[in-house]
Design a protein around this ligand. Structure first.
Ligand SMILES: Cc1cc2nc3c(=O)[nH]c(=O)nc-3n(C[C@H](O)[C@H](O)[C@H](O)COP(=O)(O)OP(=O)(O)OC[C@H]3O[C@@H](n4cnc5c(N)ncnc54)[C@H](O)[C@@H]3O)c2cc1C
Length: 384
């Protein structure tokens, strides 16, 4: 459904092979133990897939949003935690690619499978309103010092590079921000709490502090004071489309799990399968329709991104909100279609149900997206 050409299809075949070998067999263990999917990330790196969106000049595969979405959909079908780690990596790489003068080394390392990236934006003080950092950068003698309480950072403490938001040194207002490239091992950067969550349990989205983290001033990834433009212009489209693809991958996994259960289990005393019950078949049909409709919508959004027009950004925002809703509804139907077997762990449906909940609370949350889209449709300022 992603309409890939032959080269892109070959990449997706490589992704499926890695996902079948290194994600699917470990997904339940990753979820149950809430452990980081290290073997999956290593396998993705060895297959060159951490360089999926790295420009070819830096050794990467140079792919854009269409292939990224197809890849994330496949990964999420096997292990949503790994898919979310990968999504945050791709989002971080988008900033490196925009400023190769600052992060060219990281691009080369990512292409070689040795660099994992992430975004450190959300803060305790501004919660899901990531476009308003509370921590402020202080400039001194060719360096900046960062202090911030980041509330959730996927791959916290494991990622090699962090795209960190901060109020700019000379900021005069709350939207006057900057983005910096902070490296694992920079002083004062530390994980400050555990990640214990109902879903996406393996993605290590723990809080982190930057406690006087001093870095060279030329690690600036945005224009001075223009962090918000970079957050919305570079990262948000990648994140919104990628998050939509993850949601659709989770929905697809729930469809496949339900299909297998309904056709594979039954009532011995009646000599029938669960699939002989029309209400369960109807639920499966609705799940299939909603997932296909979600993919068709995402396909239209990808078309718009590749041929930009005045409504493209609006469609990008819609993509995340729509696909999150799809995943919530489809996994809810799966729970109902598969009954007590879904309520218990062995089917994996309850993991899909829990993982699906992350999409709508990750910023911009579905509530905020509805507010933004409604404001845009009514000709109102989004950040007034
Ligand atoms: C699995 C996972 C991974 C994450 N990874 C990262 C990461 O790598 N980097 C990062 O920076 N952050 C990350 N986050 C954080 C995420 O992006 C959000 O910032 C976080 O989920 C917000 O939670 P909160 O409780 O602070 O939300 P709150 O802001 O407290 O929101 C609470 C409720 O209020 C609603 N709400 C808030 N503002 C409005 C509004 N203006 N209008 C209407 N309703 C509103 C929200 O929709 C929500 O339902 C991650 C979160 C999760 C769950």
């Amino acid at each position: 459904m992603y309409r890939l050409d032959a080269d892109q299809t070959a990449i997706l075949d490589r992704v499926r092979a890695v996902a079948d070998a290194a994600l699917a067999p470990n997904a339940d263990d990753v979820d149950q133990r809430g452990r980081f999917p290290a073997e999956a990330v290593r396998a993705l790196g060895e297959a060159g897939l951490l360089g999926l969106t790295v420009p070819a000049a830096f050794g990467g595969l140079g792919q854009g949003p269409r292939v990224m979405a197809a890849v994330l959909d496949e990964l999420a079908q096997r292990c949503a935690s790994t898919a979310m780690v990968y999504l945050m990596h791709v989002a971080g790489v988008a900033y490196y690619a925009a400023r190769p003068d600052v992060a060219g080394d990281a691009l080369r390392e990512a292409a070689a499978g040795r660099h994992l990236s992430t975004l450190a934006w959300s803060e305790k003080g501004s919660r899901s309103h990531f476009w308003v950092p509370i921590g402020r950068a202080v400039a001194t003698n060719g360096h900046v010092t960062l202090r911030a309480d980041k509330s959730w950072v996927t791959s916290a403490g494991i990622a090699d590079g962090y795209v960190v938001s901060s109020l700019a040194p000379q900021s005069t207002g709350p939207l006057d921000s900057a983005l910096y490239y902070v490296k694992k091992g920079d002083p004062g950067l530390a994980v400050s709490g555990p990640w214990v969550a109902m879903g996406m349990r393996g993605n290590a989205s723990a809080p982190m502090t930057l406690d006087g983290t001093t870095i060279p001033a030329d690690r600036l990834l945005s224009e001075p004071g223009k962090g918000m433009d970079a957050m919305l212009g570079i990262g948000l489209p990648v994140f919104a489309i990628g998050n939509a693809a993850v949601s659709l991958g989770i929905a697809e996994a729930a469809v496949a799990g339900t299909q297998a259960h309904l056709t594979g289990k039954g009532f011995e005393h009646l000599g029938t399968t669960l699939a002989d019950l029309p209400n369960l078949r109807a639920r499966l049909a609705r799940m299939r329709i909603e997932t296909d409709r979600g993919r068709a919508h995402l396909g239209a959004v990808l078309d718009a991104v590749e041929n930009p027009g005045p409504t493209t950004m609006l469609m990008v925002l819609e993509a995340k909100a729509a696909a999150s809703d799809t995943a919530l509804h489809v996994t809810d139907l799966a729970m109902k279609a598969c009954g007590g077997a879904a309520f218990s762990r062995h089917l994996g449906i309850e993991r899909n149900f829990r993982d699906a909940r992350a999409g709508s609370v990750m910023a911009p949350t579905t509530d905020v997206l509805h507010d933004f889209i409604g404001k845009a449709l009514c000709g109102m300022e989004l950040f007034a």
